[in-house]
Design a protein around this ligand. Sequence first.
Ligand code: NAD
Length: 705
Amino acid sequence: MAQINEFVSLDREGAVAIITANNPPVNALSHGLRVGLLDALKEAKVDATVTAIVLICAGRTFVAGADISEFGKPPRLPGLNEIFDAIESSPKPIVAAIHGTALGGGLELALTCHYRVAVASARFGLPEVKLGLLPGGGGTQRLPRLVGIDKAMAMITTGDMIGAAEASASGLIDEIVSGDLRAGAVAFGQKVGAKGGKPPLVRDRNDKMVAARANPGIFDEFRKTHGRRWRGQMAPNHIMKTLEAAVNLPFDQGIAEERRLFTELMNSDQSKAQRYFFFAEREAAKIPGLSPDAKPIEIKLCAIIGAGTMGGGIAMNFANAGIPVILIEQDQKNLDRGLGVIRRNYENSAARGGLTPADIDRRMALIRPSLTFDDVAQADLIIEAVYENMGLKKEIFGKLDRLAKPGAILGTNTSALNIDEIAAVTSRPQDVIGLHFFSPANIMRLVEVVRAEKTGKDIIATAMQVGKQLKKVPVLARVYEGFIGNAMLRHYGREAHFLVEEGAMPQQVDKALTDFGYAMGMFAVHDLAGNDVGYRMRKAAQASRPNDRRYSDIITLLCDMGRLGQKTGKGWYRYEPGSRTPIPDPEVEALIIAQAKAKGIERRVITDEEIVKRCVYGPINEGAVLLEKGIALRPSDIDIVYVTGYGFPSWRGGPMFYADTVGLKNVLDDIKRFHERDGFFWKPAPLLEQLVREGKSFADYQAGR
Ligand SMILES: NC(=O)c1ccc[n+]([C@@H]2O[C@H](COP(=O)([O-])OP(=O)(O)OC[C@H]3O[C@@H](n4cnc5c(N)ncnc54)[C@H](O)[C@@H]3O)[C@@H](O)[C@H]2O)c1
């Protein structure tokens, strides 16, 4: 075997040359790998005894993408397209042998090969859309030629992967290898090599494109069905244009169109935001000052107290990750209800094709129900998820302190209570930590890991590690009212309600927010979640409100009228029976106008621009406060929280990234204007003022830490 360079080797079996790529962990098409591939191809081509070439990868996967750390930097030759041309123009057939995932540039590489074989567990996808891009290595032109336009539209606009069976049925791969991949690929290579003649090129296959031309309405139909999801986003719309080019233009013109649109996306703010966000997730895992003394504790058993909305979802996360759970309730009725919900959730996933009945049984078997508090004694991690009540939580932590084994982590899922106060009832506050999951906990990826005053470093390290094990995005926060996310949400919610009192209607506010990129506006969300969420708290607070601040009571009044939201057929909007479409309701509009009048507010015309600024700049200003107080470690952590937990559009990078794109001075100028006009809530954050004074951005602030 010849080692071509650090990343590529060349081997022989009979008349078949085998090029092996080895660039752990995912064989990304880095510069070194590209150089090696090109050299190996040259050698295999000139060897007259070679009749076919197999391209295979070492390690856990086929090439799983381009090297995204090279994105946005000056290109280093040879580029991807040079490799692709060298493969496609090879007079000897090249067989891609695929295991793991052929993703992005990896799948495009396979598409330039003359044949593709794969193991049954292999998966295939073009996920570029998730970074605000499109496949720029011919993927938009070659994939539809193999799989047809319908499947190509579905795969490329969602970025979702398909399995080997589907790939085989749709024509993406030529054979599923059941035994050893390398042996199977070599046998396949021998067969096609022996045939001789010019190898077949994907670019020459036009039958499926000709068929698509017979149905010119196909693109508009697809846009009609899926376009709502892409509102405001460039990448999926550009992808559709490249696919139209694949159908309507000769291959080389289609490639030119793909390249032009790819470049546009690569230079767009949207893709920059999405690539920033990709790296922000990795960054969040790094906790300064934690290593090397902090060692994660291995979690072999988790106990969860409370099988309600949150406890049940959290238990599913552990079961999904293969970690046994004891689920402890106060009585049989609540336990049965909780377990019933878990089973139904699993059955729903199974109905959608995500799980087999055996998977459900395996996961349910990992969740052991219990009514005995003493069972916490065996657990390495305990997560309390009972009602949001300080007295109750203190009682529970007192018990945990007596029963849990030494060194066990004592976690709480509280949304708003002071974790220092909870920790103080135990003799081991160093082991107490907040693990703030979001609802539905089995689906939402965000977990705020909340370190209390005395939380130990090994406990923090373990909590971050557990988050990762559960396939979540853990973000470290400190104790503060609402931690990171809910602290920011307060400002968003308040402004949305004030805007309605001042002159906008719910439908205008919601439309401005969805046009900005939110999947739903504030009032549609209220109606979905139920306007009575927090009702008791709001009622209780009414009596003790400080009188230097303004409040909006419309949501409370709606509840008093029985307008709880979708579940009662009316809330901020009304709903036709069986429909979730919000319809503006004159009754609500009259209530809003009367309420404004009663408060002496003169209603005025409010622009969409003002709606967006007030709903977005409030959280940004609070974000600066969170940084200043050390509640959040970095601006990008705040962005992760607000995008993954609160629906802020990822293609805007998050509120802090968005503030940088607007320019901090512009943001601060508006905040000052709002402060002058509306007072109290808009006090500019000193950190924001400081950054503007120094001519810096949040990105500069993060880089300088
Ligand atoms: N629901 C959300 O959206 C959400 C989101 C994040 C965090 N939280 C927080 O999670 C916690 C739980 O909220 P939830 O929505 O799941 O509440 P829930 O009312 O759905 O469930 C609470 C469960 O705790 C059980 N319980 C009460 N006392 C108990 C005891 N002494 N021993 C054992 N079990 C007991 C109850 O029977 C009930 O099943 C709260 O602190 C809440 O603030 C909720």
